[in-house]
Design a protein around this ligand. Structure first.
Ligand code: PGA
Length: 253
């Protein structure tokens, strides 16, 4: 049975290192005993080293960056290369809709970053999703195809896909999250593009109230959590829900 994957995308939410330390330590202490989940902390780059130390030797928690540049080195002020990230982390989020919207990242950039991360030995968490709540999947399907341009199929199992409909992101507790049925259908469609073993996660206003719906669907391999990932108790509950549900699902996948 596959472990479910819970990505904690801290975005730029926490502004002090002391708070980052408390959050990472509290979550670590509560998830280390969960054997059916893998948690991936994605803190801002400036705290990767700190969080790495907190994770220590735990095999249940991994580290990911929130972004990389695609060149290996050079005169690129402010950027972090895949080779630098590889020294410390196993994963990197690529193509998040906030990067596409605020920093002008295109499908071409996303593809370059996916190729660069794989070349460096980092597993990319590729985000795709449609802007409007219309049920039209042209955008995520196209984003995924373009992200995988020139990627040899043998690498598809090293990629995680995060289906994140833009209309469902950052809606908070009263959130307009995508229904588990809908996400399961989309996951089946996206899986046709990748490998049957490529994990497909859902992201968009996941919290402890709606997590069970996703955890109970074998088509959904986990969640990418933004806002709720910086509230320790809330995030731990989400992890517990997945850990328990996967125990019940057993070998469903
Ligand atoms: P959210 O963010 O959980 O706050 O909606 C998810 C994401 O954008 O990664």
């Amino acid at each position: 049975m596959k472990r479910s994957i819970i990505v904690a995308n801290w975005k730029m939410y926490i502004s002090s290192i002391a708070d980052a330390h408390i959050l990472a330590t509290t979550v670590r202490n509560n998830v280390v005993s969960m054997d059916k989940t893998e948690v991936i902390f994605c803190p801002p780059s400036i705290w990767l080293t700190e969080v790495k130390q907190i994770i220590g030797k735990s095999t249940k928690i991994s580290l990911g960056g929130q972004n990389i540049f695609y060149e290996p080195d050079g005169a690129y002020t402010g950027e972090i290369s895949p080779l630098m990230l590889k020294e410390i982390a196993e994963y990197v989020i690529i193509g998040h809709s906030e990067r596409r919207e605020h920093f002008g990242e295109t499908n071409f950039d996303v593809n370059e970053k996916v190729l660069a991360s794989l070349r460096a030995g980092i597993k990319p968490i590729v985000c795709v999703g449609e802007r409007k709540k219309s049920g039209n999947l042209v955008q995520p399907i196209r984003e995924l195809h373009e992200a995988l341009n020139h990627v040899p199929k043998k690498y598809y199992q090293d990629i995680i896909v995060a289906y994140e409909p833009i209309w469902a992101i950052s809606n908070g507790i009263k959130g307009d999250n995508a229904s588990p049925d809908y996400v399961a259908r989309v996951a089946n469609k996206l899986r046709e593009i990748v490998h049957t073993d490529t994990p497909i996660l859902y992201g968009g206003s996941v919290n402890s109230k709606n997590a069970k719906g996703y955890a109970e669907r074998p088509e959904i391999d986990g969640v990418l959590v933004g806002g709720a990932s910086v509230r320790a108790a809330e995030f731990i509950k989400i992890c517990q829900i997945f850990n328990e549900s996967r125990g019940i699902l057993g070998g469903a996948k």
